[in-house]
Design a protein around this ligand. Structure first.
Ligand code: SAJ
Length: 442
């Protein structure tokens, strides 16, 4: 590491996590080289622009690029610290189960191995199945027999002082709040050895204000998976309650609001399913690692995926019961106030409704400039919330965007509403059906 104590850093993968991370490290004064496999991404960043949406990221990237602290490239160069933030998707294995694909992590390790030198620190941030950091270490060891590589034998102590340090340190930031959470959240830092953890800790201390807690690499890998599985299981509980409440004619939102008044109960919110790239994915990494021991986590995944089909069936029944009504699906994003439509249950539900009811359907998504590809040729139109309130009798709330949340009761009291997010607690429950029938008849 350099004597001015500002390590040169190489961030591999300039996506939703890698780019903000690279920018925050650059802001702390380190020179950062960002690597990506896409020439387009590299060119965009080198112009001081960004290819993803994230609050305040544009200004930060523009600033650090113009100060010469951040640049992007397709090609690796020597650095003091390497941070790997590449995707770890899953694929269906031969049994139809979800197998984690760590090939991008190993490819990143292969890429940096030739430029590693004594004293370097390699940190994996990608969400990874337990044991991935060790696999990456083994690959680096194979490619660089000239370097002493850390091994956690002898109770975490190595016979010789290794040349390089290797650690796992997962990100735990929320899209939409990434810059703030990157700096303020606590971090778990898992070293292959305690010495590796301390080296990585010294690096994170340069730009993280949250507490940094050290452990070993496998525990840190599992911690990340557990955090998202915990949330998935708890959302599954809420989603199951919503299906039970539908069956029993209860308002699940009211039941949850009341139950949460208990000092030790905190039920999460039902929705149309669980989306995004983390909570719906990471639990499978645990299930894959211990298939016999994970009935709860596996079932939670099934409940959350099943909720999408429950919502589709309920929406279809409502629409079919009102053959003259026009329908507005409110929202396509995977959660509120973001423009991310990948792995979105709202998008899945809306597209099924669009395919089935065609021209009767309109989509409202303030964060989309155009509708995703699967809506092509369905006959649906994209309208704004004002037009939806003026022209549609059925409103299906799929995303809790603020712009939907603030619609006052007076503008929707006569509508037939299926609110999968519980944003309109004051919507009349019994009268609304009758009122809407009258509105249709007039
Ligand atoms: N959701 C519900 N009900 C709830 C909360 C969420 O249905 O009560 C749904 C959302 O609508 C969305 C999905 O779950 O479809 C996930 O949304 P989220 O806001 O809970 O989480 P993500 O996927 O944006 O980010 C998560 C976060 N993990 C946890 O909160 C434990 C984040 O801190 C992680 O960094 C991120 O995953 C990740 O990258 O792993």
């Amino acid at each position: 590491m350099k004597s001015d104590n500002k390590p040169a850093v190489c961030v591999v993968g300039l996506g939703y996590i890698g780019l903000p991370t690279a920018a925050v490290i650059a802001r702390s004064g380190s020179k950062v080289l960002g690597l990506d496999v896409s020439q387009k991404v590299v060119d965009t960043i080198n112009r001081g622009e960004i290819h993803i949406e994230e609050v305040d990221l544009d200004g930060l990237v523009q600033g650090v690029v113009s100060r010469g602290l951040l640049s992007a490239s397709l090609e690796v160069a020597p650095a003091d610290v390497f941070v790997i933030a590449v995707p770890t998707p899953f694929e269906k294995d031969e049994k139809g189960d979800h197998a984690p694909d760590i090939s991008y992590v190993l490819a990143a390790g292969r890429k940096i191995a030739p430029v590693l030198k004594a004293g370097d620190v390699v940190i994996l941030e990608s969400t990874s199945p337990v044991g991935t950091t060790e696999k990456m270490r083994d690959m680096i060891a194979q490619m660089r027999p000239d370097l002493k590589i850390p091994y956690a034998d002898q109770g975490g102590l190595t016979r010789e002082t290794p040349d390089i340090s290797i650690a796992y340190c997962p990100e735990r930031v929320l899209p939409g709040r990434i810059l703030e959470e990157l700096t303020n959240n606590d971090r778990s830092i898992g070293g292959i050895t305690p010495r590796c953890a301390r080296k990585a800790l010294a690096f994170y201390k340069r730009f993280v204000r949250g507490e940094c807690v050290t452990t070993d690499a496998r525990a840190a890998e599992m911690t990340k998976l557990v955090e998202n599985a915990y949330r998935d299981v708890n959302i599954a509980f809420a989603n199951e309650l919503s299906i039970v409440s539908d069956r029993m004619g209860l308002d699940v939102w009211e039941v949850i609001r009341l139950a949460n008044r208990h000092p030790r109960v905190n039920i999460l919110s039902p929705g149309p399913g669980v989306g995004g790239h983390c909570i719906a994915v990471d639990p499978w990494f645990i299930v894959h690692g211990a298939p016999e021991e994970t009935p709860l986590i596996r079932t939670a995944r099934g409940v959350n995926d099943g909720k999408m089909h429950h919502v589709i069936a309920k929406a279809e029944a409502l629409i079919e019961a009102h053959p003259d009504a026009r329908i507005a699906c409110l929202g396509l994003a995977f959660k509120a106030n973001i423009d991310d439509f990948r792995e979105s249950p709202a998008r899945f539900v809306a597209s099924r409704i669009a395919r089935k009811f065609g021209e009767r359907v309109s989509i409202v998504e303030p964060y989309a400039t155009e509708l995703p590809i699967e809506f092509t040729d369905t006959g649906v139109t994209q309208i704004d919330i004002d037009e939806a309130l003026e022209t549609c009798e059925i409103l299906i709330v799929l995303v809790d965007h603020d712009v939907f949340r603030v619609v006052p009761l007076a503008e929707r009291a006569t509508k037939l509403v299926y609110d999968t997010r519980g944003i309109w607690a004051d919507q009349p429950r019994v009268v609304r059906e009758e009122a809407a029938k009258l509105a249709l008849a007039s």
